[in-house]
Design a protein around this ligand. Structure first.
Ligand code: NAD
Length: 477
C-alpha cells in the first residue's frame, strides 16, 4: 500500500500531489503500532483547491448521461473488487477489526456503488398525484452540486461510499475528507479507484488531514452545496451550530446511546448471545452498538451471569495473527476515555466490574458492569467500546421510559411474547428496533433513514430507497 501513488498525497482535480503544508503524518497498524503508510496533512488552502475543482467539474459531469456516469462507478467498483483481498487486510490493520468486519465493510462499499449506478440509470423522478384534475405533476431527480463528505474511522469504506456513490451517480461532484485514523482505506484507496476508473478530473477529490484543519475547512466552505457528516455528536453539534448561522445545508449521521431491553419473560441465553454481537462487534465501536442493557429484575441475575460467562470467554488480540473475536481499540484516546471517563467514573459512583475492566495496550478486555444507574456515564454516554453496562429496572414501563430518555439509533427488545415485543418496539423511539435479535447483518440499515429521534438531520435516501442526492425543484405545480 505504501507504493501507491496516493500514499501521503492528496487527490485533487484528477492528480495526486502534496498538501500546501508539505507535511504528512504516519498511519498506524492498530494492533502492532507498525507504520503502514502516511497521509497528507491537508488544510484550508487544499480544501479551496478541491472545492474549486469539484465546482468546475460538476456541470460537465451532470451533463453526461446516467449510463455514462454509471460506467464510471462500475469501473470504480471493479477496482475495489480486483483489490478486494488487499483492501480487507488494509482495513483489518488500519481499523483493528476482525476479518468478518473488514469483509463486510469492503463488500458493502462495493454494493453501494453497484446499487447507486442502477438507481441513476433506472429512476429519474416520479409522477405525483396531480393537485387537481387535468394537471400533470412530477418530480425530477437533479443534482445539488458539490457534496462535501466527512467520515469517521470505524467503517471508513462503506460510510464514505454510502454518500459518495449516490452523490456521483446523480451528477454531483465530491470532496471527501476521511478520518485521520484511517486515511488510507478511507481515502487514498478510494482516490486510487477513482483515478483508475478514469472519472473526469475534479469529479471526486480526496483531502486527507485532521478534523480541526481539513475537516473544519470543508464543513465551513461556502462552495460546498451540501455537507454530509458522519461522526460524533460533539462535532456534529458544532457543524450544525455553524451551519445554522448561514442556513448552509448539512446532513448528519451521529452517535447515540442505544438501548438493549431484556424483559421479565425473555430467553436470557438468547439475549446474552445477541448481546455479544450488539455490544462487542468491532469492539463495540459502531454507531449501532448496544450501549445500555436495561434488564427487568426478574431475569437480571440470570442475564448478568450469562453475559459474564460469555464475555469472559472471548479472545482479544491481533486479528491478523490469531483467532480472536475482538481486536484492538482504535487509539489511546478512545481507550482512556473508555477506561477512565466511562468505566472508572461509573465505578466511582457505585458500578461494579463483573468481568474485564483491564487492558494491555489497545487490547481491552470485554467488560460487564453491574449496578449501573441512570446518572452514571456508562448509562448516559455512548460507550463506544467493549463494555456492557447493566441497569436493573422493575418493569417494562420503566425500561421503555429509561430507553427513550436518551438519543439512540437502534434498540433491541427481548421477550418470549412476540406481540409484546412488537408493542414495545412501537414505543421505542429509535430509528430501528429488533425484537429478539440484535444488529446482525439484516441489511435493514436501509430502513433507518428518517425514522429517528435527534440523530439525523435530513434524510439520506439509502440505496433501496432512491433517489440519492437530489433536489426536487419541479415539485407540485
Ligand atoms: P469524530 O466526530 O471525532 O470524527 C469524524 C470525522 O469528523 C473525522 O473525519 C474527523 O477528522 C472530522 N472532524 C473532527 N473534528 C472536526 C471539526 N471540528 N470539523 C469538521 N470535521 C471534524 O468521530 P469519530 O470518533 O471518527 O467516530 C465515532 C463517532 O461516529 C461515534 O459517535 C459514532 O456513533 C459515530 N458514527 C455514526 C454513524 C452513523 O451512521 N450514525 C456511523 C459511524 C459512526
Amino acid at each position: 500500500m505504501t507504493s501507491s501513488p496516493a500514499a501521503g498525497q492528496l487527490y485533487i482535480d484528477g492528480s495526486f500531489g502534496p498538501p500546501q503544508s508539505g507535511r504528512t503524518a504516519p498511519v498506524a497498524d492498530k494492533s502492532t503500532g507498525a507504520v503502514l503508510g502516511s497521509y497528507a496533512l491537508g488544510g484550508a488552502g487544499d480544501v479551496d483547491r478541491a472545492v474549486a475543482a469539484a465546482r468546475a467539474a460538476q456541470p460537465g459531469w451532470a451533463a453526461l448521461s446516467a449510463p455514462e456516469r454509471a460506467a464510471g462507478l462500475r469501473r470504480f467498483a471493479e477496482y475495489l473488487q480486483a483489490h478486494f483481498d488487499r483492501l480487507v487486510v488494509q482495513s483489518m490493520r488500519e481499523t483493528g477489526g476482525v476479518r468478518a468486519k473488514a469483509l463486510d465493510e469492503v463488500s458493502t462499499g462495493i454494493r453501494q456503488l453497484q446499487i447507486s449506478m442502477i438507481q441513476a440509470t433506472e429512476r429519474a423522478g416520479d409522477l405525483l398525484p396531480p393537485y387537481k384534475a387535468g394537471k400533470l405533476s412530477m418530480s425530477r431527480a437533479v443534482p445539488i452540486g458539490v457534496i462535501g463528505v466527512i467520515t469517521p474511522w470505524n467503517y471508513p469504506v462503506n460510510l464514505a461510499l454510502r454518500a459518495v456513490a449516490p452523490a456521483l451517480a446523480f451528477g454531483n461532484t465530491v470532496v471527501l475528507k476521511p478520518a485521520e485514523l484511517t486515511p488510507v482505506i478511507g481515502g487514498q484507496v478510494l482516490a486510487e479507484a477513482a483515478d483508475w476508473a478514469g472519472l473526469p478530473p475534479g469529479v471526486f477529490n480526496v483531502v486527507t488531514g485532521d478534523g480541526p484543519e481539513a475537516g473544519h475547512a470543508l464543513a465551513e466552505h461556502p462552495g460546498v452545496d451540501l455537507l454530509d457528516f458522519t461522526g460524533s455528536r460533539a462535532v456534529g453539534l458544532a457543524i450544525a451550530a455553524s451551519a445554522a448561522a448561514t442556513l448552509r445545508p448539512i446532513r448528519l449521521e451521529l452517535g447515540g446511546s442505544n438501548a438493549f431491553l431484556v424483559l421479565d419473560d425473555a430467553d436470557v441465553e438468547l439475549a446474552a448471545g445477541c448481546a455479544m454481537v450488539a455490544s462487542l462487534e468491532f469492539q463495540g465501536q459502531t454507531c449501532i452498538s448496544a450501549s445500555r442493557h436495561i434488564v427487568t429484575r426478574a431475569v437480571a441475575d440470570r442475564y448478568t451471569d450469562a453475559l459474564v460467562r460469555r464475555a469472559a470467554a472471548l479472545r482479544v488480540g491481533d486479528p491478523m495473527t490469531g483467532e480472536v473475536e475482538l481486536g484492538p481499540l482504535i487509539d489511546e484516546r478512545q481507550r482512556d476515555r473508555l477506561h477512565h471517563d466511562i468505566v472508572g467514573a461509573s465505578v466511582a459512583l457505585g458500578a461494579e466490574v463483573l468481568t474485564g475492566g483491564e487492558y494491555d495496550g489497545l487490547f481491552y478486555r470485554p467488560t460487564v458492569l453491574g449496578k449501573v444507574t441512570p446518572d452514571m456515564p456508562a448509562f448516559v454516554e455512548e460507550v463506544f467500546g467493549p463494555v456492557l453496562p447493566i441497569t436493573v429496572v422493575e418493569d417494562e414501563e420503566e425500561a421503555v421510559r429509561l430507553a427513550n430518555g436518551l438519543p439512540m439509533l437502534m434498540d433491541s427488545v427481548f421477550t418470549a411474547d412476540l406481540i409484546r415485543g412488537l408493542a414495545v418496539a412501537e414505543r421505542l423511539e429509535a430509528g430501528e428496533v429488533h425484537v429478539n435479535d440484535a444488529h446482525a447483518r439484516h441489511g435493514a440499515d436501509d430502513q433507518m433513514a428518517g425514522f429517528t429521534k435527534r440523530q439525523w438531520i435530513g434524510v439520506q435516501r439509502t440505496p433501496l430507497d432512491l433517489p440519492g442526492w437530489t433536489a426536487d425543484p419541479a415539485g407540485r405545480r
